[in-house]
Design a protein around this ligand. Structure first.
Ligand code: SAH
Length: 343
């Protein structure tokens, strides 16, 4: 890739039409190209055999599709597949395919590394290396779509999607495009550590994308220990902006709660969570913490069920998130972390 080349996978159909028309090509060529990229998941412009050779050569001098290639692929017994994908600059990101009975989700990364420094998260170890471009985010879904049909996309891989909001929103629009993969807005979820101004911005856009908020603790002292971002945007401001999101979009929010043995799994913690989210249109996903890399102790299964029971008693809608791919390095940032350790 040279400096002037762009990612076709990150280009909207309308933009491509305008670019091609300026170059003297017919408008319909854009839709042909868009179909190759987003429906046939082409990897090379030379594969676009219904385009004249001269057009393909001209495209090749200006564009690459997404530049991803596979470094490693792990397949779990439960059908979960984890991919380590290399980017054009030799950085790498993780992408996970998660099949369920009624849907097939792809968990995408939005950044290489992450700046937020959550103490339990493997991605935090490397700090932020760079933001992904929209074409590299869409490219991850296209990569999986070559093997399996995809119905849902969750931004729960490496990075903080709301810290790369413009490229993430561009990717969302392209994934949603009816001329491409046509993934419904309600089937796309952004997960955030709680960047309050960006949540507000997102709410005011009025999109129907799902929002998941990583809460992990219901009092400021504990949450700040786990997540430094809580010092900048404490719980009161976070819950306030989440109410605004629900009011503006009509969509229920999911709160993620990584359960850590002896830290945030007591009766008092359940009570604090019940108080914090009382009357809130939300859903609480309780995830037993993955101890790999973080070293945080994972609660036993009975303790996890008991915690969820305590949330029910307080009127909260809650469930344990079934762990997927536990026989592979399926926690956020783990595969890349291990791959870096080897190299
Ligand atoms: N930055 C975003 C999205 C990426 S992480 C966010 O913070 O939401 C996706 C989810 O995995 C988040 O809820 C994150 O807190 C959680 N997570 C990260 N490491 C984990 C671990 N070791 N155990 C359990 N959950 C973890």
């Amino acid at each position: 890739m040279n400096r002037s080349q762009g990612f076709l996978a990150g280009c909207k159909l309308k933009e491509l039409e305008d670019i091609l028309v300026v170059q003297g090509l017919p408008r319909y060529r854009a839709r042909q190209i868009f179909t190759w990229v987003h429906r046939h998941c082409a990897l090379e412009i030379s594969d676009m055999i219904n385009l004249p050779r001269t057009v393909r050569e001209s495209l090749e001098s200006q564009w690459i599709i997404h530049g991803l290639c596979e470094v490693e692929r792990q397949v779990s017994q439960d059908g979960t597949e984890k991919f380590l994908l290399r980017l054009v600059d030799n950085q790498s990101v993780e992408t996970v395919y998660i099949p369920e009975s009624d849907r097939a989700a792809v968990c995408v990364s939005s950044q290489v590394g992450c700046a937020l420094g959550c103490s339990f998260c493997a991605t935090a170890c490397s700090g932020l290396i760079r933001n992904l471009r929209a074409g590299e985010i869409v490219g991850q879904v296209l990569w999986i779509n070559r093997f399996h049909p995809v119905s849902n996309v969750v931004f729960m891989g490496m990075g903080e999607p709301l810290a790369n909001l413009s490229e993430v929103l561009r990717a969302v629009e392209i994934l949603n495009s009816p001329a491409g993969m046509g993934i419904g807005m309600r089937r796309i979820t952004l997960s955030t550590c709680g960047l309050v101004p960006e949540i507000r911005r997102l709410a005011d856009l009025g999109l129907q994308v799902g929002l998941a908020v990583s809460l992990h603790a219901a009092d400021d002292e504990k949450r700040s220990q786990l997540m430094p971002i809580n010092r900048r945007y404490p719980l009161a401001s976070l819950v306030e902006v989440c109410s605004h999101y629900v009011a503006a979009t009509g969509r229920r929010i999911t709160f993620e709660y990584a359960l850590i043995a002896g830290f945030n799994d007591s009766e008092g913690d359940a009570e604090a969570l019940g108080q914090l989210l009382r009357g809130f249109n939300c859903y609480v996903n309780v995830i037993p913490v993955n101890p790999a890399v973080s070293g945080f102790p994972r609660p036993v299964d009975a303790a996890v069920s008991l915690f969820v029971e305590k949330l029910f008693e307080r009127g909260l809608n809650a469930a344990v998130r079934r762990e997927r791919g536990s026989d592979i390095d399926a926690a956020c940032g783990q595969l890349r972390h291990r791959s870096l350790e080897k190299s």
